[in-house]
Structures are given as structure tokens and as C-alpha cells.
Design a protein around this ligand. Structure first.
Ligand code: F42
Length: 145
């Protein structure tokens, strides 16, 4: 129980390898966009395996906003279900690693506020939402005292 299983998406697994392997000094942006990326370590809800999921960095104070966009695909990324099953995650933001607790934001006003911050950080999120009927889930990860 609990060994790391890389993403089945090669470019993602490679980014995790570079990001984590360099202690958060390399591979910290989305390709050549210069936009910052974080790594969310989560627990596979079926395998119990350690999963590492790069996401765009969007912050609200000391909280991170996690957007389950998967490029506007019709279905949620499976890490969505991992976080719902076990909200305890670790977030690596460059060289810092934080223990956090993630919750899906369902209150529409709070969701809108956080969504707007995320879109400001990564404008393609708006395009992804226009691409799909699915309401793209918004999580907020808060520091665990
Ligand atoms: N994805 C986003 O959704 N939002 C972002 O902002 C984002 C930014 C980003 C930046 C850089 C980068 O390299 C990738 C980025 N991604 C972003 C992609 C993100 O990292 C994920 O690859 C993507 O969201 C898809 O997530 P996924 O969890 O669906 O990954 C798939 C490819 C995967 O790894 N599937 C595994 C497999 O074997 O098919 C299973 C993974 C898993 O967690 N399995 C669970 C388990 O028990 O182990 C079971 C899950 C279940 O319920 O079936």
C-alpha cells in the first residue's frame, strides 16, 4: 500500500519527475508559458497508491485553488475522486511542501470568487469551461494546522 504510481500521461509523469527530482527548482511552469505549476500528492482511492498531480498554481491567501479541468474533457479527472475520498493532500509549491486539506467548493458565490481568481491565473480555464457541459469542479486546499 502506498507506493508511487506515475501518471499514465507521459508528459505529466515527466513534469513530476523533473519538478520533484530537482527539489522544486526545475519543471515548475507549464511548458513554455512561464505560468507556475504546483504538485498535488494524493491517495489513489482504489489502489491506495501515491499519485502526484501537477496543477496550475492559483492562490487565495495561504489557500490553493485546485481546478479539475482536464482541458475541458467531458469527464472529471480521476484525481477528483481521489480528493473526494481522501481530502488530505500534500502540495508542493516549488521548494516548499505543505500538508493541506482539500474540499470541493459548492457554495456558488464562493465558487465564483475562487473561479475568477483561477481564471486570472490561467485564462484557458474559461475556454475549457465553454468546451464542456460538465461544471468544472473547484477545490480549495487549506493548510492543516
Ligand atoms: N489538470 C487539471 O485538471 N487542471 C490543471 O490545472 C492542470 C495543470 C497541469 C499543469 C502541468 C501538467 O503537467 C499537468 C496539468 N494537469 C492539469 C494535468 C493533471 O496533472 C492530470 O494529468 C489530469 O488532470 C488528469 O488527471 P487524472 O487523475 O485523470 O490522471 C490520469 C491520466 C491517470 O493518472 N490515470 C491513472 C490510470 O492508471 O489511468 C489512474 C490514476 C488514479 O488516481 N487512480 C486511482 C487509484 O486508486 O490509484 C483510481 C481513480 C478512480 O477512481 O478510478
Amino acid at each position: 500500500m502506498g507506493e508511487y504510481i506515475p501518471s499514465t500521461s507521459a508528459w505529466v509523469a515527466e513534469q513530476v519527475e523533473l519538478y520533484e527530482g530537482s527539489g522544486g527548482t526545475e519543471g515548475v511552469t507549464l511548458r513554455d508559458t512561464g505560468l507556475p505549476v504546483i504538485i498535488v500528492t494524493n491517495r489513489g482511492r482504489k489502489t491506495g497508491a501515491i499519485r502526484k498531480t501537477p496543477l496550475m498554481r492559483a492562490v487565495d491567501g495561504d489557500r490553493y485553488i485546485l481546478i479539475a479541468s482536464q482541458g475541458g474533457a467531458p469527464t472529471h479527472p480521476v484525481w477528483y475522486y481521489n480528493l473526494k475520498a481522501d481530502p488530505h493532500v500534500e502540495i508542493r509549491d516549488k521548494t516548499e511542501v505543505y500538508a493541506m486539506r482539500a474540499r470541493e467548493v459548492t457554495d456558488s458565490a464562493e465558487r465564483q470568487r475562487l473561479w475568477d481568481i483561477a481564471v486570472a491565473a490561467f485564462p484557458p480555464y474559461q475556454t475549457y469551461q465553454q468546451k464542456t457541459e460538465r461544471l468544472i469542479p473547484v477545490f480549495v486546499a487549506e493548510p492543516v494546522a
